[in-house]
Design a protein around this ligand. Structure first.
Ligand code: DX5
Ligand code: ZN
Length: 218
């Protein structure tokens, strides 16, 4: 079976203690750190920018999986690359030049990902598969943590798993993932699971470790 990566989303962390929270999930077994960047334009919420990524970079050696929910996105790619992002994911809906954005991410020496909002069909990535290291399927409408999982996306996950074939592309699923639906999400074809509220629920790092283990074991 595919090795499952668990990527806790720090959007659900206590922002007054962000460094401690990241050290906590690092110790609690997080494989990647999912960083949700929101600009209040592409999505109806504002979270944090490249300076915060730069500030938390020294806290952990785990992969920074940076999810850019911003438009336009091209002007900011270099800043996130320099700040310490390892995977940079742009939204297919953020502008007309997805192929160029993916090329730019790889030219910066980073892994390139594309994210699809729930309404966006998988056909949107058909002509950029060779420029991808990761596809991020949104199972909520982007902008907020703690929303409910959209079951309609299971079919899209299955379809993208088929499109990927034997290409070295990770299939990440993001939004409303919990210990109760993780098995179905992985069975549909996901190999990388984002979880925010399902990990940061509870108050201590021990809780975080239990939550991550429960999702991984699903
Ligand atoms: C939503 C973000 C997700 C979200 C996940 O726009 O992209 O990563 O923070 O949080 P949960 O797991 O609570 O849905
Ligand atoms: Zn995300």
């Amino acid at each position: 079976s595919r090795e499952i990566i668990i990527a806790p989303s720090i959007l659900a962390a206590d922002f007054s203690r962000l460094g401690e929270e990241i050290a906590g999930i690092d110790a609690a077994g997080a494989d990647w750190i999912h960083c949700d960047v929101m600009d209040g334009h592409f999505v109806p919420n504002i979270s944090f920018g490249a300076d915060v990524i730069k500030a938390i970079r020294p806290v952990t050696s785990k992969i920074f999986d940076v999810h850019l929910m911003i438009a336009p996105v091209d002007p900011y790619l270099e800043a996130f690359a320099k700040a310490g992002a390892d995977v940079i994911t742009v939204h297919a809906e953020a502008g007309p030049h997805l192929d160029r954005s993916l090329q730019a991410i790889r030219a910066l020496g980073k892994k390139a990902g594309v994210s699809l909002c729930p309404a966006t069909p998988e056909a949107a990535i058909e002509y950029v598969l060779d420029r991808l290291d990761l596809v991020l399927v949104m199972t909520v409408n982007p902008g907020f943590g703690g929303q409910s999982f959209l079951e309609s996306q299971i079919e899209k996950i299955r379809s993208i798993r088929k499109m990927i074939g034997d290409r070295p592309i990770r299939l990440e699923v993001d939004g409303g993932v919990t210990r109760d639906n993780a098995a179905a999400v992985a069975a549909a074809g996901a190999d990388t699971l984002v979880a925010g509220s399902a990990v940061f629920r509870g108050k201590s790092t021990a809780d975080y470790a239990d939550n991550i283990a429960a999702i991984r074991a699903a």
